[in-house]
Design a protein around this ligand. Structure first.
Ligand SMILES: NC(=O)c1ccc[n+]([C@@H]2O[C@H](COP(=O)([O-])OP(=O)(O)OC[C@H]3O[C@@H](n4cnc5c(N)ncnc54)[C@H](OP(=O)(O)O)[C@@H]3O)[C@@H](O)[C@H]2O)c1
Length: 131
């Protein structure tokens, strides 16, 4: 299940995961989804891409689920030199003991995105893609 239907994250991810060969049965939720908590708590894989810091609590997550946190929101913080902290959409502290795998924020999806962007840029520069 994916929370978020944006053109850059939720929607393309739903297409990739439902492709033949990957074969996930994908539910895409958004701000008008009714009873989000119930639907989320049935998901084997939960991807959060909302941009709402610490929105997803333990009650929304199935025991043993795989949780992928795409969200990155800057929230004000006195603890850092920069004056902000990066927060994901998941309440990491309470969700992590319940699930089998979880990606942290920062250090999870973000670095993977950067690697993919750099790789695609290199391939395009070498004219191996986007001819
Ligand atoms: N880690 C990375 O590499 C990476 C890459 C891209 C983006 N991001 C982060 O991912 C987050 C999402 O980015 P985006 O560009 O997809 O954002 P976006 O365009 O603002 O889309 C947010 C989605 O969340 C849905 N949503 C908002 N509030 C909700 C709620 N209460 N319940 C259920 N769904 C809700 C929205 O529903 P509606 O469609 O109904 O408005 C929308 O589909 C942001 O924090 C962004 O910074 C991270």
């Amino acid at each position: 299940m994916i929370i978020g239907r944006s053109q850059i994250v939720g929607r393309p991810l739903s297409i990739l995961l439902s492709q033949k060969g990957v074969d996930a049965t994908v539910t895409v939720a958004h701000s008008r989804t009714k009873d989000l908590e119930k639907t989320c708590s049935q998901a084997d894989i939960l991807v959060a891409a909302m941009g709402l810091p610490e929105f997803v609590s333990a009650g929304m997550v199935k025991e043993g689920a795989v949780v992928i946190d795409v969200g990155t929101t800057r929230v004000p913080s006195n603890e850092t030199k920069s004056g902000f902290k990066l927060k994901g959409d998941i309440k990491f502290e309470e969700v992590s003991p319940k699930c089998s795998y979880i990606t942290p924020v920062p250090g999870g999806v973000g670095p993977m995105t950067r690697v993919s962007l750099l790789k695609n840029t290199l391939l395009a520069a070498k004219k191996e893609i986007y001819l």
